[in-house]
Ligand binder design. Structure first.
Ligand SMILES: [Zn+2]
Length: 239
């Protein structure tokens, strides 16, 4: 009986030891799993604020093939105005999603109103302002004012010249763009004429030219590198 009791104690001890071993074993297994080194997080590319537009073209961002095109940035245009003696100006163009802002200064003009428009063609070497051709338009609509719905896209109305011979330009044209499109004004020209524009309300050539007479100054519209400032002074004569 005593032996049987000892055997029983031994058996129970053996069972407990085995159970404990199993628990320890599984704990060790889990512990080993936990201490496996976790992979380091993927490196976060350091992007400067002004380079955030390049995120989509970063080949390490994902497996998408990087774009072959540079991101589209703000587009600016500029036209240096020259013509009759003493007349000079700078006109800037700022592209937006629904048109082009036109801002500038023209100096040396006779006080009063002068019709001015964007004409169809750029300026060639010997053609002067006459090389600009007709008012820029995509449709067979008559000449009109800048606020009319049906007009030439290049109709800008009148340049109001003060007694000091200076005119400031601050307006918006919702029918043109500086981007590559049919209605782009890049490579075209902006022309200032000798007489006021009757905005299509007069006689004779009113619905074609606005009876503005001859051109007295003009400029070729090109791309500008930097954001333009709002001009408040006449451009220097040597510009
Ligand atoms: Zn017109």
């Amino acid at each position: 009986m005593k032996i049987s009791f000892s055997l029983l104690i031994l058996l129970i001890t053996k069972i407990l030891t085995q159970t404990t071993d199993e628990v320890i074993y599984s704990d060790e297994e889990g512990f080993e799993r936990d201490i496996q080194p976790t992979p380091p997080p993927p490196p976060v590319p350091q992007v400067l604020p002004n380079e955030s537009e390049n995120n989509s073209s970063d080949p390490s961002a994902n497996n998408v093939e990087p774009s072959r095109f540079l991101p589209i940035r703000q587009i600016y245009g500029e036209a240096l105005i020259r013509g009759a003696p003493g007349v000079r100006g700078l006109i800037y163009f700022i592209n937006s999603w629904n048109g082009v802002g036109i801002h500038g200064i023209v100096c040396g003009l006779r006080p009063g109103n002068h019709g001015f428009h964007i004409h169809h063609y750029g300026l060639t070497a010997n053609g002067g302002c006459d090389a600009a051709g007709p008012h820029f338009t995509l449709y067979r609509w008559n000449h009109a004012g800048p606020t009319d719905k049906y007009r030439h896209a290049g109709d800008l109305g009148n340049l109001k010249v003060e007694q000091n011979g200076i005119a400031f330009i601050n307006q918006f044209n919702g029918q043109v763009t500086l981007m590559a499109a049919n209605n782009t004004i890049l490579g075209r020209s902006i022309v200032i004429h000798e007489w006021p524009d009757d905005l299509g309300l007069g006689r004779k050539e009113s619905n074609i030219t606005g009876n503005v007479g001859k051109p007295i100054a003009c400029g070729l519209i090109g791309l500008r590198r930097d954001k333009p400032y709002l001009p408040i002074n006449c451009p220097p004569p040597n510009l």
